[in-house]
Design a protein around this ligand. Structure first.
Ligand code: HEC
Ligand code: HEC
Ligand code: HEC
Length: 90
């Protein structure tokens, strides 16, 4: 039991520690132009971490398919965010 509590405390600590260092703004270099993702603005606007993260929020490895088909662009289509190439690629 004691061991379980220690593990839970350690997990809680790791969770808050990572959450605290999530970058406010992330940029992705692409041949079409650099994409700026404002993590903080999305967090505040969308409220729910689970809109993008499964389980405990952690780093998401970005790929073209993820950006265009699974995450960024598909949500923008549903929620009225930017969907034109140059809205994202500057
Ligand atoms: C909602 C934002 C968004 C929109 C809209 C968007 N992209 Fe992207 N795109 C990204 C992100 C983010 C990446 C970076 C993926 C990565 O780092 O692997 C990317 C990656 C790419 C890449 C691959 C990276 C490279 O250097 O070759 C190409 C090509 C690309 N986009 C072209 C386009 C074109 C063409 C359009 C319009 C039809 C478009 N994108 C619309 C966000 C967007
Ligand atoms: C609109 C989508 C979206 C939402 C909503 C979102 N995130 Fe993220 N988050 C991302 C993406 C994309 C990354 C990857 C960015 C990167 O490469 O660092 C990320 C990265 C992270 C990371 C890892 C940072 C790193 O570099 O290790 C943490 C921690 C995180 N998010 C926490 C949260 C928390 C907590 C919430 C809710 C309050 C949240 N996120 C909401 C998209 C989102
Ligand atoms: C779950 C929904 C959702 C996801 C996932 C999401 N976005 Fe958005 N995003 C929005 C909404 C909604 C807006 C419009 C906000 C507004 O008009 O105030 C927006 C606005 C933007 C804007 C323009 C405003 C700004 O903040 O500069 C950019 C650029 C953008 N998103 C990039 C991205 C990229 C890149 C990703 C993927 C890493 C992404 N978004 C993922 C919902 C989402």
């Amino acid at each position: 039991m004691k061991r379980l509590i220690v593990t839970l405390l350690a997990l809680a600590f790791i969770t808050t520690a990572t959450a605290a260092i999530a970058a406010d703004v992330v940029t992705y270099e692409a041949s079409k132009g650099t994409v700026t993702f404002n993590h903080k603005a999305h967090q505040e606007k969308l409220g729910d971490c689970a809109k993008c993260h499964e389980g405990t929020p952690a780093k998401i490895e970005m790929t073209k398919d993820k950006a265009h088909k699974e995450l960024c662009k598909s949500c923008h289509k549903d929620m009225g965010g930017p969907t034109k190439c140059n809205d994202c690629h500057k």
